[in-house]
Design a binder for this molecule. Sequence first.
Ligand SMILES: Nc1ncnc2c1ncn2[C@@H]1O[C@H](COP(=O)(O)OP(=O)(O)OP(=O)(O)O)[C@@H](O)[C@H]1O
Ligand SMILES: [Mg+2]
Length: 303
Amino acid sequence: MHDVVYFEDVYKAYNDKMALRGASFAIPRGAVSGLLGPNGSGKTTSLKLALGLLKPSRGAVLVLGEDPWSEPGVRASIGYLPESPIYPRDARVSTLLHHIARLKGASLGEAERAARLVGIDKLMGYPISSLSRGYLQRLGLALALLGEPELLLLDEPTANLDPRARVEILRLVRDVSSMLDATVVISSHILPELQEVVDYLVIISQGEVLDHGPVEELARRYRARMLYRVSTPNPRLLARDLIVLHYVDGVMLGEDSITVYVSSTHYRAFEARLEELAGEGLVEEYRVETGLLGEIYEAAVSG
Ligand SMILES: Nc1ncnc2c1ncn2[C@@H]1O[C@H](COP(=O)(O)OP(=O)(O)OP(=O)(O)O)[C@@H](O)[C@H]1O
Ligand SMILES: [Mg+2]
């Protein structure tokens, strides 16, 4: 059992309201995954089930191989950033961090390190009430990182942030998770900003999982465009060669590479062309960077 989060036919009712109806998905170890769906689709419910804060009405939830409701010990391996965290506003940043570190059995050194990782180490002596929204979210992330979690569950980590702070937080999540080797689930209903962060998707709507899988695979399945990163000794020349192909939608020049938007219906032809160009020395290597989430999502939802 290698999946970090595993839902099988999960139902969750709140009184007579059915929030999840037969949700099944699996998130593999190491993925930075997006749990995507509109308001009320069941994202927060899914995260709370994974954390063991809620009991499924029916079906199986396994996290790191254990049932988080009946084995709450597994929570020690999960970092959670709630949707609307509530902090003691008069406390200093350091006081809260140290307090939570103690609760999680983490050292003060680890608390300092988490603060450094998210860039709030200079604010340790400040009262929490003085932090901007972006820095409050960084604090929430630092708290989630305490105790060396194997899994991070982040519920709308960019809610209420301005566009720049959104991008900063998501880059931070990506960098920190790869540094700590953690599996990450980010819930969101804002697709474009997740584009450069997630490599795995769970698409949810009205309590049902419409699809899940690696972004690249879903892009092919739904014929969404894909982004390739191609290393080359001559970006300009290569771009000129590729842009004339009818299935190439756009090219962005980098210093020693180019990024190419390719219609996924033609990815085989595109890769064959890259192989030819590699033979001529114009392509060094290439990889699929991602698929366009917005297009995948639209296609999955319209079914
Ligand atoms: N405690 C509760 N009691 C009753 N209904 C609830 C409760 N919590 C959630 N719901 C309902 O369950 C459904 C799923 O809610 P959930 O919070 O999981 O959605 P979400 O995808 O996180 O939405 P959002 O994007 O608004 O955060 C919604 O219809 C919501 O109104
Ligand atoms: Mg929610």
